[in-house]
Design a protein around this ligand. Sequence first.
Ligand code: BG6
Length: 314
Amino acid sequence: MSSERVAVELAKGVNGLDKIILRNTRGSSAEVYLYGGHVTSWKNDHGEELLFVSSKTLFKPPKPIRGGIPLCFPQFSNLGPLESHGFARNKVWSIDTDPPAFPTNSSSKAHIDLILKPSEEDMKIWPHSYEFRLRVALGPGGDLMLTSRIRNTNSDGKPFTFTFAYHTYFSVSDISEVRVEGLETLDYLDNLKNRERFTEQGDAITFEGEVDKIYLGTPTKIAILDHEKKRTFVLRKDGLPDAVVWNPWDKKAKAMSDFGDDEYKHMLCVEAAAIEKPITLKPGEEWRGRLELSAVPSSYCSGQLDPQRVLQGS
Ligand code: BG6
C-alpha cells in the first residue's frame, strides 16, 4: 500500500450511507455524507474531532443528521411554509464530476464537489429549478472551507427567494467555559422572544442558559474561545451577513429525541447565515456563500483575545 494518504476517498458511513473522506498530508481530515451534503466530521492533525455530532442521531433518512454542518436551504428555521430549515439537509446529493470553473486560492487536493438539483417531486414542494453546488475543501493547514453556489435555473422566467445557514455544531469542552467574540454590541433577533429585536451588550458572549439568537450584520470573522481546551475556532465568512448562536440547554435537550440529555454541555452552534435579508435570484443568477473554519491552539486566558483584533486582524 502506498504510504501517501489518499486525499479523497469514497466510503460507506453509518447505515451504509455514502460518505467522502478528505485527508491532507499532515493528517487532518473531514467527512461529508451525500445524505444532506452534510459535513459530519472535521479532525485536526492530532485526530481530535472538532465538530459535535450527537450520539443519539440515527443517520436514518429522512431525519436530518443531528450535528456536524447541516445546510439550511431554502428556508432557515420556520421562516416560511417549508419544513424547518428547508429540505437540503435531508436530500441525497450527488458528486459533481464536472463543476464549472471554481475561483479559489486553495491548491488543496482534498476537496469534493457535490450538487443538489430538484426532482419532480421536490418541485411540488418548492416550485423552482435550481442547482446548488457545494465544495468542501480541507486546506493544507487543516482549515475546513465550504463554498455554496446556488443558481436559479428556472425556465419560466421566475425569480426565487431563499434564506440560508451553515448550521455548524462546534465541539466544546464545557459550554460554561466558552466565549464568543465578534458579536458584541450587535443587534439580534431573539428566537426565544418571538424574534423581537435587541442589542447585545459590550462583553464577549458567555453561556448560562438556553440561547437562540440571530445576530444581524455581523463581521466576517467570529471567534469561539474554548478556555478549557485552550482552543479557538475562527469562522471567516463571505456572503453571509448574519450569525445564529444556538444552545438548547437542558430542557430542550431532553425534549429532542436525537440529542443526549447532557450533550448541550459539549456543543455550540454558531451558524453563518443569510436570514434577515433573504436572497433573491433571477433565472441565470448565482449566489455564493462561503465559510472557512480554523481551529488554533490558544493560550489565551479568558478576555485576552481583543474583539477588535478578532474583527480587524488577518
Ligand atoms: C437553530 C434554530 O438554528 O436550529 C433553533 O435557531 C432550532 O430555533 C435549532 O431549534 C435546531 O433546529 P432543528 O430543526 O435541527 O431541530
